[in-house]
Write a protein that binds this ligand. Structure first.
Ligand SMILES: Nc1nc2c(c(=O)[nH]1)N[C@H]1C(S)=C(S)[C@@H](COP(=O)(O)O)O[C@H]1N2
Ligand SMILES: [Mo]
Length: 221
């Protein structure tokens, strides 16, 4: 676990990914429309489910897990596991698109739809951006409209089973219409802001929004 003041971890993989951003690796220069082309440009399908992160896996039991929602909201939230799972339950089927070019179809997620979270916390008028904070020191930022997508959720299960620790359990975000780095694993808190605040990959050369069909891989694309 990392304190807010600690530098987040780096590894051989995170250093390669920083270099890929500088080089513009994997860019095809094509764009597509999700309604017409399920697989975004420059992506290939995989059947297994790769694990990608900063290289350290925080272990948070469901008993110790809390969700902290704060910032520009009318109702701050601090839920324990029982309170979180007492919220309305959504099931969504969606595809994963990782910026390192693998995609995985038909993932069955279960959890709390971000739209239901928004009903509960009531973002104030000035709220425009959301920052996800994770137990490994990872952060990522999203525009409020992207966070509020109809198939976005705080997932605690995948394929009918508790989300595995290596994939971000107890709870991760899933925002299917953006590259998967926006889908924070080991979710700890959600901060609502009036101004954008780039996260771990966004300050290391990756795009602020990350739409796979527009190939928004890197900043400056
Ligand atoms: N907390 C946390 N969330 C994270 C990451 C991370 O390093 N830490 N990596 C992101 C990236 S780059 C990807 S591709 C996906 C990978 O999720 P997976 O390991 O379940 O495939 O998690 C995203 N969410
Ligand atoms: Mo990624």
């Amino acid at each position: 676990m990392t304190d807010d003041n600690d530098q987040p971890p780096t590894s051989k993989l995170t250093r390669s990914k920083e270099r890929w951003a500088r080089e513009g690796r994997f860019l095809t220069g094509k764009t597509a429309r999700p309604e017409e082309q399920r697989l975004p440009p420059g992506q290939h399908l995989t059947r297994d489910w790769p694990v990608l992160d900063l290289g350290l896996m925080p272990r948070i039991s469901r008993e110790r897990w809390r969700l902290d929602v704060y910032g520009a909201v009318a109702n701050s939230i601090f839920w324990n596991w029982a309170e979180f799972t007492a919220q309305p339950q959504a099931q969504f089927l969606s595809d994963i698109h990782c910026v390192t070019t693998w995609s995985r179809y038909d993932n069955r997620w279960e959890g709390l739809a971000t739209r239901d979270l928004l009903m509960a916390c009531q973002p104030r008028d000035e709220a425009r951006f959301v920052v996800l904070h994770s137990h490994d020191g990872y952060t990522t930022n999203l525009a409020l409209e992207d966070f509020a997508a109809e198939d976005a959720l705080l997932a605690h299960s995948w394929s009918g089973q508790p989300l595995e620790e290596e994939h971000g359990g107890p709870v991760r975000l899933v925002v299917p219409h953006l590259y998967f780095w926006k889908s924070a694993k080991w979710l700890q808190s959600i901060e609502f802001l009036g101004e954008d605040a780039p996260g771990y990959w966004e300050v290391r050369g990756y795009h602020h929004r990350g739409d796979p069909w527009q190939e928004q891989r890197y900043s400056g694309d």
